[in-house]
Design a protein around this ligand. Structure first.
Ligand SMILES: [Zn+2]
Ligand SMILES: [Zn+2]
Ligand SMILES: [Zn+2]
Length: 469
């Protein structure tokens, strides 16, 4: 049975039931036996958050995925939910009963984590993938909360600790995962933000439509029912009473003697009066001013796990890659590909007038490429799929094997033409990744004219073994 583990640091306060401990500064090393949950004690959200960042930024899923329980050593602060902990209590609330209860409550998360292959040895470096694993491991809705600490105006407290910087990339990553159906998104709220820098802190102000000045005075309009006179309230003021300048009666009761139909804006710069001032919004961060309709009206979502995402987060990022390509390219299953191949082989033998070619291309170090691309992965993979769509013909049949080897039946294409096409494809891939990454993505290929004796599976096997050595 797993037990909780306290993260110990210089001024740590120990909770009552004695817990296993680990020193915060030993945290960067590999941790072999993970607890049922991490316990952090602190009297401030900021200190707690710094410790929780160490947990979530650890590369081992055995560490960063485990639940975190935060025990406040004093009262629970108003912004307690911003700490990034899975749960929080006061240190006094934490007793043997709660300790056991939490063990039971976290059981589904922990058994999910323990299903991960190579749990102890694996090291997750892609933030997108860590976020995906985290959301997949928890059967809860990940909701944003408004926060003035972030330019975006909203944070996802549970996910925020995964990031070192506040660069807004959380929104891109979540959008990317949602587009791949790896997480499900639901409308949460909408928020205005600067069209230039994305900052949510905008200053809304009325300005003079005539001269643009924001130095406006506001006056109320008064409408006297009895004589139908309308004018600014200042015209009615006689000491502390309201007297109609037209008929000299006193206005006593609003709603009975008079009403205030609107307000009037008086420009102190050009003396222009208006009932319809312009509204401008100015960004607190970059200073850009715009009318509200030209700022971004962002939709902020909440997120849940999906079965596709859970699958991808257990079996690895290569599946993400396959998925990305499948949405844009017509990729056949291995079985359908084999069927097409048999048909093509018999067609060639029967009519003896065609030449077709089987081509295999491998893109090496795919997971590495994915990690480096991070949130740009979507754009790059879109370009990659267009490359395939431009160079291959509609009659070519494509399958993806071992998540990185493309097998292609190039119909009515002799080996010379096939080589030209495959060279262009490899060239395009190299250029695409070289321009976006600082590594040579390395591609390899093999071509064979389809004959009676051609066996795709045998060629594939040889190709796989070849590049291992
Ligand atoms: Zn003016
Ligand atoms: Zn009057
Ligand atoms: Zn701005």
């Amino acid at each position: 049975m797993r037990k909780p583990c306290l993260i110990s640091y210089e001024s740590v306060i120990f909770p009552e039931p004695v817990l296993d401990r680990i020193l915060l500064n030993q945290f960067s090393k590999s941790i072999e036996s993970a607890p049922s949950y991490w316990v952090v004690t602190s009297n401030s959200v900021e200190t707690a958050n710094a410790i929780i960042k160490t947990i979530r930024q650890h590369s081992s899923p055995n560490v960063y995925l485990r639940p975190v329980v935060l025990l406040y050593t004093q009262s629970i602060p108003d912004n307690a939910h911003e700490s990034g902990a899975d749960r929080h209590y006061t240190i006094q609330q934490f007793d043997q009963t709660l300790l056991d209860e939490l063990n039971t409550n976290f059981e589904p998360i922990n058994s999910w984590i323990e299903k991960l292959p190579e749990l102890i040895t694996s090291s997750d470096t892609s933030i997108s993938f860590k976020i995906l694993r985290f959301i997949s491991s928890r059967n809860i809705t990940i909701e944003p909360v408004p926060s003035s600490k972030r330019n975006s105006g909203y944070i996802y407290p549970l996910l925020d600790s995964f990031f070192q910087k506040d660069d807004g990339s959380i929104f891109q990553i979540l959008q990317f995962l949602a587009e791949q159906n790896m997480v499900a998104s639901t409308f949460f709220t909408r928020s205005m933000s600067c069209s230039q820098c994305g900052c949510a802190f905008l200053n809304f102000r009325e300005s003079c439509p005539h001269c643009g000045s924001i130095d406006l005075g506001i006056d109320e309009l008064v409408h006297h029912f009895k004589c139908a006179y309308s004018g600014e309230i200042s015209e009615f003021r006689v000491q502390d009473r309201l007297i109609c300048p037209k008929c000299d009666s006193e206005l006593r009761h609003i709603g009975v003697d008079y009403d205030k139909p609107s307000i009037i804006y008086k420009c102190n710069s050009c003396q222009h009066n208006t009932q319809a001032p312009r509204v401008t919004t100015t960004c607190y961060q970059c200073g850009k001013s715009n009318e509200p309709e030209y700022q971004n009206d962002r939709i902020i979502m909440s997120y849940n796990n999906t079965s596709i995402g859970i699958n991808a987060s257990i079996y690895g990022i290569e599946n993400i890659f396959t998925r990305l390509l499948e949405t844009k390219l017509r990729i056949f299953s291995a079985d359908s590909f084999q069927d097409f191949f048999e048909t093509e082989k018999s067609r060639i033998q029967r009519y003896k007038i065609s030449t077709s070619t089987l081509a295999l291309i491998r893109l090496l170090a795919l997971d590495n490429i994915y990690v480096q691309l991070g949130s740009r992965a979507r754009d790059i993979f879109n370009e990659l799929t267009s490359l395939f769509n431009i160079i291959l013909r509609k009659s070519d049949v494509l399958t993806l094997r071992h998540d990185s080897i493309f097998m292609i039946i190039m119909t009515e294409t002799d080996i010379k033409q096939a080589k030209i096409a495959i060279d262009r494809l490899q060239d395009g891939m190299t250029k695409l990744f070289e321009n976006n990454l600082d590594i040579d993505p390395k591609t390899e290929s093999v071509l064979e004219v389809i004959s009676e004796t051609t066996e795709p599976e045998t060629i594939l096997e040889a190709f796989v073994n070849d590049s291992v050595h």
